[in-house]
Design a protein around this ligand. Sequence first.
Ligand code: FES
Length: 155
Amino acid sequence: MENKCEKILNKYQKEEGNVISILQHMQEEFGYIPDDAVYWFAKKLNIPSSNFFGVATFYSQFHLKPRGRHIITACCGTACHVKGADPVVHRIKSDLALAEGEETTPDMHFTLESVACIGACSLAPVVKFNKKIYGTVSPDKVTDLIDKYGHKKGK
Ligand code: FES
């Protein structure tokens, strides 16, 4: 971890960056914001770790936990809700066997996140697999998509 942090520190010093740019580099490097990396930078730069955590929790672009290889984003906005987002989300959770409050499968293959609006309301209900948007989805359609993205039964 230390090597990766040193690399980020060099970029930061070159760019005269701020806490946000360090966090962005950390996320690029690790895929999320590891606590240990935050403490490392806080010590190196003499910035309170609470500054990093404050910014990281404020902006939804930052993730404090490791995420799966495939990110499923379920839209729970009004248009999607009205057109049946709830059974779709229920099916995703059930197919991935996610326990209450869990977002990522134990094999780190999928992470399920929700958003207030993906911006494609005319296609409601909408889900995204990584960057690809799928519209007018049904529970069966998301089961097919989860299989397509490599779901292993029982994981
Ligand atoms: S409410 Fe779902 S895309 Fe807008």
